[in-house]
Write a protein that binds this ligand. Structure first.
Ligand SMILES: Nc1ncnc2c1ncn2[C@@H]1O[C@H](COP(=O)(O)OP(=O)(O)OP(=O)(O)O)[C@@H](O)[C@H]1O
Length: 316
């Protein structure tokens, strides 16, 4: 779908992309990175809207600088910023964009009705978009991205500004675009947990550089940790101290402890069980931990940067 080689973009003194080389295939790909990592810049270059400083990029076999119109004919785009004319209805807007993409009026109307129904904008589609909630505006933006039946859609922070219910709905739509309609999706977010739910692949950008790219399940498979929950007075703190004293890596994870299973020595499960017994604590849970993308991200400091850089990334 996308091939990027040595892509660099500077905005004057700001280096937004730094020699990025990357291939993105079919399915849904999550593009993760903190604010300013270069996600939006990459999408705009892929659409041929912003020129790269050096390097090259191809989308569906088209060079983005030479063949921008061909790229945009087969790619849908949901921009991050507010771009909807306030006095136009979603219906008129999507029909207009579908016609601009080359569909005759009747086909454009049918297609607009179909995509607006798909994103869940029913009667509201006839109202001016200026009066829409943020969730409705994001749906209208998604509908226009799908209007010309693209092979690939680029969704820039589609859940931005949404409350939890609207965010879940939007993530459900993103998943359906990929799985039910077979359209390839590249979706950005700085909320790592979101992409874990919808993406087949994850690409992590940090300060314009590629930190990691792999299948989502490869990120999440190798847990190597045990989730332990104990009950009793200051149970978590006392258990953590006991395990650390025994030379076992341990850190807090919500109401539980994430315990490192990878060290040598006695079986960590036995140590946990004995420590709970010695301390008089109730052992409520001891199970293999399911890793989350934010853990992976936190474990991967970029060159010379502190690991706690990942603290800047808001948690889901
Ligand atoms: N038009 C521009 N002029 C100058 N600097 C820019 C411009 N667009 C982006 N930048 C800078 O380039 C860097 C990358 O920005 P970009 O918007 O691509 O990141 P992002 O990962 O999409 O972040 P966000 O989620 O905040 O949009 C940032 O430091 C940003 O300030």
């Amino acid at each position: 779908m996308v091939r990027v080689e040595g892509l660099t973009k500077d905005y004057g003194p700001v280096l937004a992309l730094d020699s990025l080389t990357l291939d993105i295939g079919e399915g849904t790909t999550g593009l993760v990175g903190a604010n300013g990592a270069g996600k939006s810049t990459l999408l705009k270059i892929l659409l041929g809207l912003v020129p790269a400083t050096s390097g090259r990029a191809e989308v569906l076999g088209h060079d983005v600088e030479e063949e921008g119109p061909q790229v945009r004919a087969t790619v849908g785009y949901l921009p991050e910023h507010d771009c909807l004319p306030p006095d136009v209805s979603a219906s008129d807007f999507v029909v207009h964009l579908a016609m601009m993409s080359g569909l005759p009026r009747l086909a454009a109307r049918e297609r607009a009705a179909e995509v607006l129904r798909h994103v869940g904008l029913a009667e509201e589609r006839y109202r001016p978009m200026g009066g829409y909630s943020t969730g409705m505006k994001q749906k209208a933006k998604l509908a226009q991205a799908l209007a010309h039946d693209p092979r690939l859609v680029l969704l820039d922070e589609p859940t931005n500004g949404l409350d939890p219910a609207a965010r879940d709905e939007m993530l459900g739509l993103v998943r359906r675009i990929g799985h039910d309609f077979g359209i390839a999706v590249i979706v950005t977010s700085h909320l790592l947990g979101e992409l874990e739910r919808v993406s087949d692949h994850v690409v992590v950008l940090d300060a314009g550089r590629l930190l990691r790219a792999s299948r989502t399940d490869e990120f999440l498979d190798a847990t190597g940790t045990l989730l332990v929950e104990v009950l009793g007075e200051d149970a978590q703190g006392r258990m953590a101290t006991a395990l650390a004293t025994a030379g076992i890596g341990v850190r807090e994870r919500g109401s539980a402890l994430s315990v490192d299973l990878t060290g040598s020595g006695p079986d960590v499960r036995d140590v946990v069980r004995d420590a709970a017994s010695d301390l008089g604590l109730g052992l409520v849970r001891m199970q293999a931990d399911h890793r989350h993308l934010e853990d992976v991200f936190a474990e991967q400091p970029s060159d010379g940067r502190p690991a706690d850089h990942a603290e800047e990334v808001p948690r889901d």
